[in-house]
Design a protein around this ligand. Structure first.
Ligand code: URA
Length: 240
């Protein structure tokens, strides 16, 4: 039985803090399967129990999934003593105690990042065996030629011996500048930057625009985020 504490579930579903959830419970405003429950630590079967708050029933959400348009200059971490993290940018109403970014983008990389409290989801997203491709748009200082594209598509061996899995690559020009669309299904340290550098093209700007079949919501300004819909969540594991 998938179980969670009542205060955690109440906080998650009513978008309130854990402390406010405990207050609601103490005030007798929360019922489980029609019975008022006053103990915050009561274990809830998230698959079958029905929770109501002030008589209104909630579909139980065990986890939260937030899409963010990461700006440059913030780090992909939960907390840091000195630097601003992506979790620092999450507004209070979406905050949970154990939020973390599902995967890392470099400090200067922008674009799509998912912030969640679901470890199993993150493991699935990051594991190369699950074939979730992440799409990056790289602005380059020199164009990738056909030979380089082929090397990247076949799986390039970096100078330090790191072997990259085959990538999907399209080189193109925009406003006279060289770009590449690169899709990889692993997340090695500085991977896209190192892959193109191995071909003699250095990344000058990098943006992630897609994870699986989920595209970055273009309505999100840099630094903005919103909760994902269940449909968007399913798109993450859909391959294109
Ligand atoms: N590859 C990189 O080089 N940097 C990122 O942030 C993501 C992928």
């Amino acid at each position: 039985m998938p179980s969670e504490r009542l205060d955690k579930i109440t906080a998650l579903n009513c978008s309130v803090s854990r402390r406010d959830a405990r207050k609601l419970i103490k005030e007798g405003r929360v019922s489980v399967n029609g019975q008022t429950v006053l103990r915050a630590e009561t274990e809830i079967d998230t698959a079958t129990d029905e929770i109501t708050v002030d008589g209104v029933s909630y579909a139980i959400k065990e986890h939260i999934y937030i899409m963010m348009n990461k700006p440059a200059g913030v780090i992909s971490a939960s907390e840091d003593i000195k630097k601003t993290t992506v979790v620092d940018l999450v507004p209070q109403r979406l905050r949970r105690r154990s939020l973390f970014p599902a995967g890392r983008l470099d400090r200067d990389t922008t674009g799509l990042i998912i912030i969640t409290d679901d470890g199993a989801f993150t493991h699935r997203l990051l594991s190369p065996s699950h074939h979730v491709y992440k799409r990056y748009i790289a602005k380059l200082d020199a164009p990738l030629d056909a030979g380089s594209v082929k090397r990247l598509e076949e799986g390039i061996l970096l100078e330090d011996g790191t072997h990259c899995l085959p990538a999907r690559v399209k080189a193109y020009e925009k406003d006279g500048e060289p770009f590449a669309q690169i899709e990889i299904r692993e997340g090695k340290y500085h991977q896209v930057k190192r892959m193109t550098a191995a071909c003699g093209s250095h990344v000058t700007e990098l943006q992630r625009v897609k994870i699986g079949a989920l595209s970055l919501d273009e309505g999100l300004a840099p630094g903005e985020c919103r909760e994902m819909t269940p449909e968007e969540l399913a798109l993450v594991f859909e391959n294109e």
